[in-house]
Design a protein around this ligand. Structure first.
Ligand code: ISJ
Length: 263
């Protein structure tokens, strides 16, 4: 008998994804997966270059894929404040002249552009980020930061704008940052089992928290998993996804990336 090769899965390496991974790892389905973790922009690269069969991808990349199916009712989303996707600065947003766009992100980069255009109606010069860029957020130069690197930053910068909150104020909707997709045709039975495994993870948050280190004394992991990250890909998030993707499909490529003054 020829053994079926495992499906290649890539998922976001941040804390917010651990409950979903915990579910997969508790379940026998993980025997059929080769699992890899990466920052969101790298998850997107692996999917667009055909290196993964199943992925938790930043949704902004979906219009670039020739074929995909959303295979899960679970996602990385938020209904209001998400806590770990924020714009930081020394000055209020209306005084910012430049904004670094986190190179780990695909979705929040586009969400920042959308909100600046439609909601804040403020024009800035976007700056290409690289490792260490957070130390260059100062004066009138703000920065988008996503994921675990945001933990503790609200004590470092006087101005913090949560993108989940801003989107909710702008549209009245929740938001979806990343969704589980496949670029192949998978049997319905597999998809059903996959979803049940993800659910299992979400149902065992207290057990998972026994395994996870506490990231920072000021960061409440329970509140993060239960009040900030909203894992259900429900009707409101699907509506938000359609609205967000219609912006992404028509957005001009950012042509004015430049080096920060004095970088
Ligand atoms: C909520 C978050 O959303 C993340 C933001 C993403 C993006 O901007 O591309 C992608 C995946 C999500 O994990 C977070 O990073 O904390």
């Amino acid at each position: 008998m020829v053994a079926t090769p495992p499906l290649r899965l890539v998922a976001v390496s941040y804390l917010n994804t651990k409950p979903l991974l915990y579910g997969l790892l508790r379940n026998r389905i993980s025997d059929r997966l080769r699992m890899d973790l990466a920052v969101p922009s790298e998850c997107a690269r692996q999917v667009t270059e055909g290196e993964a069969d199943i992925a938790l991808v930043p949704v902004a990349v979906l219009p670039e894929l020739p074929y995909y199916e959303i295979i899960s009712d679970y996602c990385i989303g938020a209904d209001g404040a998400v806590a770990t996707v924020c714009l930081y600065g020394d000055v209020p947003l209306e005084q910012m002249t430049h904004i670094y766009l986190d190179h780990h992100s695909r979705t929040s980069v586009m969400l920042t552009r959308l909100l600046l255009e439609e909601y804040w109606q403020h024009e800035v010069v976007f700056l290409d980020a690289q490792d260490g860029y957070i130390d260059h957020i100062n004066g009138t130069i703000g920065g988008l930061v996503i994921g675990d690197r945001t933990i503790g930053l609200d004590q470092r910068f006087p101005y913090v704008y949560d993108l989940g909150t801003a989107w909710k104020k702008h549209t009245g909707l929740p938001f979806v940052f990343a969704a589980w997709i496949t670029t192949r045709k998978l049997p319905q039975s597999f998809v059903k089992e996959f979803n049940a495994a993800l659910r299992e993870g979400l149902d065992h948050l207290p057990q998972l928290q026994l395994l996870l280190p506490s990231p920072d004394p000021s960061f409440d992991l329970t509140a993060y998993f239960t009040h900030h990250i909203d894992y259900d890909l429900d009707a409101g998030k699907r509506e938000a996804l359609e609205r967000f993707l219609s912006y992404v499909r028509t957005a001009e490529p950012v042509g004015h990336f430049s080096d920060a003054p004095g970088y």
